[in-house]
Design a protein around this ligand. Sequence first.
Ligand code: PLP
Length: 411
Amino acid sequence: MAKVNENYLKLPGSYLFSEVGKRAAKFQKENPDAKIIRLGIGDVTRPLPQVCIDAMKRAADEMGKVETFRGYGPEQGYAFLRDKIADFNYKRRGLDVSADEIFISDGSKCDCGNIQEIFALDSKIAIADPVYPVYLDTNVMAGRTGDLKADGHFEGVVYLPCSAENNFSPKPPAEKVDMVYLCSPNNPTGTTLDKPALEAWVAYAKENDAVILFDAAYAAYITEDNVPRSIYEIDGARDVAIEFRSFSKTAGFTGTRCGYIVIPEGLTGTTSTGERVPFKNLWARRHTTKFNGTSYITQRGAEAIYSDEGQVQVKELITYYLENAKIIRESLSAAGLTTYGGINAPYIWLKTPADIPSSWDFFDVLLHKLHIIGTPGAGFGPCGEGYLRLTSFNSRENTIEACDRLKNFKG
Ligand SMILES: *Cc1c(COP(=O)(O)O)cnc(C)c1O
């Protein structure tokens, strides 16, 4: 009889968004006239930049002619795209990342989830709490953790609690771990890690021979000059860090699918006999064995943002969401609520009011009284209790309407 991978059974059901959906549907059924505004969505809503559309149409036409047709592309990604990424996102910022350290993929979720395969199974992981669930769940599936405990944490995982008290900035733990997942700007909190915080992590990684897995999916949303956009802005990070980036939130590619990973040449790990091996070689082996490349059409679409026009259009897109975020932040403050994030990220992390401390209770109040849907912070980890996530990925009209309702919030 075929046996199942029982590690999967350790995972709780995907409770968060299904429960949100269930409660919203029940309310709508009982109140058919209520206009519900969804500020819980973690997906972009604006159309693709025109430069991307044009580039993809041209690419599709090329596929239709025998002279310009293309079959399998290079598994690591086309050089035209990797060169532009290296130039625009790294060289122009004075950072040392070369095109052959970049691997194109069909999105960051897969990269963040797959990266753990090139680490030993007995590696110890550290993750923030609250957290983007992919980092943890993929390690659970791989068997790198024990069981889920009553407190909502998995056995064998080092959790880095993040709350207002530490500015949502996870601190290096006292103990030694092998892999550390960091996300800045952060989903769900919308906050960022500053240079000193990242320097502390790079120092920790060097001291403990650990690898930092740095998720910069929201790098394009950074508006403040002093916030690092890449882990490689930190001295020594090339020796200890892998970076993840995506076109999803940058250019509206959540449905089009393109991302990439940077693995520096000199980043190594040890074998059981103490030999040092470059992680890049392992990833190259994995990527070329299990992946056959992102579509040519998509890579041309992604490349298009690295033109003068493309940069303007991407900036417009991000400014739209960030303006929504500002409107939300200001309305919540006017209602006497405390907010975090939303300046360098599309997410606003809202402290629940003192008289409704529970994430889920506050979710219900917003739904029932204001017909607004957020995402309960507790769904992102035990330390998310007492918070609620709102996103700026809605239309300006809906955002303004939701904010008019929020301004009059009286608990
Ligand atoms: C949206 C998101 C990603 C990117 O996902 P894609 O697979 O590229 O669409 C990665 N990390 C975080 C934290 C995200 O929120």
